[in-house]
Write a protein that binds this ligand. Structure first.
Ligand code: FE
Length: 200
């Protein structure tokens, strides 16, 4: 039961000018594809082959002998989640129940956005910034390298990839500019709202 890289939910140039087709071509077509290929090669012929990728991520998260499977599996999953966290029609502010919950748990959307920007900017080295539901409370968290909130029992609602490969071709060292543009123009609040509904 190999893991299939999901189709990109929009065309490679759909997120321009904020993220270019050049970046997406490498990021989706090379980096994400390689994680998926590596993961499938590593689990082939092992008992993990018959398990869902989420179960394999959980089973290998704290096993030093399985770091290759964990790193590639978690990166395959995180990237699939990242593509859905972005939309050509994204950005702005959420609506409905999620908007109310963000106001409750962060004080305001602006405070949430600041917290997400800070998490993304201060993740030292490679990693991810996330909006998650943690036992019913919304939180911003950051994870290093391939780490994923799934293994902390948190339910991801949205994520931003802050590995250099996510922005270097377009923004070079200006990670905060990539993050600000992503929050302002690309975050897919319909996807976040759908994920939030599963937590209730
Ligand atoms: Fe990435």
């Amino acid at each position: 039961m190999s893991y299939q890289q999901p189709a990109l939910p929009y065309s490679e140039n759909a997120l321009e000018p904020h993220i270019t087709a050049h970046t997406i071509g490498f990021h989706y077509g090379k980096h994400h594809a390689a994680y998926v290929t590596n993961y499938n090669n590593l689990v082939a012929g092992t008992p993990f082959d018959s398990q869902s990728i989420e179960d394999v991520i959980a089973a290998t998260a704290n096993d030093p002998a399985k770091t290759g499977i964990f790193n590639n599996g978690a990166q395959a999953w995180n990237h699939s989640f990242y593509w859905n966290s972005l939309s050509p029609n994204g950005g702005g502010t959420p609506s409905g129940a999620l908007a109310t919950k963000i106001d409750e748990d962060f004080g305001s959307f602006e405070k949430f956005a600041e917290e997400l920007k800070t998490a993304a900017a201060t993740q030292f080295g490679s990693g991810w910034a996330w909006l998650v539901s943690d036992n019913g409370t919304l939180k911003v968290v950051k994870t290093g390298n391939a780490q994923t909130p799934l293994t902390a029992g948190q339910i991801p609602l949205l994520c931003i990839d802050v590995w250099e490969h996510a922005y270097y071709l377009d923004y070079q060292n200006r990670r905060p500019d990539y993050v600000a543009a992503t929050i302002a123009h690309l975050l897919n609040w319909e996807f976040a709202e759908a994920n939030y509904q599963t937590t209730k």
